[in-house]
Ligand binder design. Sequence first.
Ligand code: CMC
Length: 433
Amino acid sequence: MENADETVTLKFNKTGESYELPVIKSSIGPNVIDIRRLYAETGYFTYDPGFTSTASCSSAITYIDGNKGILSHRGYSIKELAEKSNYLEVCYLLLNGELPKNEEFNKFSINITKYSLLHEQLKYFFRGFRRDAHPMSIMVASVGALSAFYHDSLDVNDPKQRELAAHRLIAKMPTLAALAYKYSIGQPFIYPRNNLSYAENFLHMTFAVPSEKYEVSPTLAKAMDKILILHADHEQNASTSTVRLAGSSMANPFACIASGIASLWGPAHGGANEAVLNMLDEIGSVDNISKFIAKAKDKSDPFRLMGFGHRVYKNYDPRAAVLKKSCDEVLGELGIENDPQLKLAMELEKIALEDEYFVERKLFPNVDFYSGIILKAMGFPTSMFTVLFALSRTVGWISQWKEMIQEPTHKIGRPRQLYTGAKPRKYVPIDER
Ligand code: CMC
């Protein structure tokens, strides 16, 4: 990290004391004020719940400019990656920092393919779940359980073991996700097939049944691959920060990714695409849109328009732009442009984009708005939407985790607090209270 040629002076008006704080240079985007010595030198903490102005780490993986609607990985724009690359290549890029040469890509793909099988005993875990268990609850549990099976990739201090854990996680997530789905509908588990691409293999394990031949549609496989690319990483969001915080104590990578999955599950984060479809169900018909838009604007009503707004993007979400196009292709291929729920979604999008409340607050449709629609059209039940997000994001989580562990100055994450509780007081025995 390099200091910028500027400093910031912090002045306490009450005492007149002032402190000079260094500024660290970013490669693009805002520089940061270095407050690491603030408490030691002044006795003060900073207060920033929700981290709206705090860089919790330095990272060279993903860059977002929310005002301009920019998202890039290792310098490559998401639009270009979604158009020209494929998910496994993006995985390699996120993990290793550079796009692979042919030979490197082949080796990486073979590695990921070879680890796609699960330990047979892991399947018995599934039987303990009720059939109506949410697949995300199964994912949190089964990814955490991987640490009980792969003891040769738990030592976080060994770079080889870290790499092995990363490859295993990327390889096994589709198998686990498909298994969670098959379990919920009572169908037999379909084993991975090594001759298929990553996206094709996932669709195959999810939708094939042993009793008939299943051909993966190239349009659907392409759309699936795009969805995977678009969700692969997104800087220091809630789930990624959770993975980093869990990993900062040197916890094993499988446990850390399980913590990320738990955080992703919430409706304000990865659960939003599922919430979009549930909301469309609740709205019911185009005639009710204005009533629900009014509810979304009413501050006394907790209802929010799911799939709209983003903490970082105050412009069109660049991932949403790519998916909107993909959405048209998938609906065209499946011949379901006239599905009433999809029509409702399109009408809602149009009305919200023109509404002053949404325009003023820069609340654009986010990636979840379209991913929900595409995934529904592909045949995924809504409960699987967040699972797909977790599957795509695993590479981002593990790349960020790996980056953190490799950082020479890495420390356990330990935020401080603004205490607002009771001052010291004397304990009163129970019968005197
Ligand atoms: N519907 C109605 N009003 C909204 C919405 C919405 N979806 N999102 C934000 N607002 C309003 C909010 O009430 C506030 O209004 P005011 O300034 O009058 O008080 C203003 O817009 C700013 O909102 P905020 O709560 O300060 O924004 P935030 O950055 O804290 O929240 C968000 C971001 C994504 C949690 C929020 O926009 C939201 O709840 N959206 C719906 C859920 C959703 O689609 N989440 C997926 C995010 S993308 C996937 C991911 O990266 O995880």
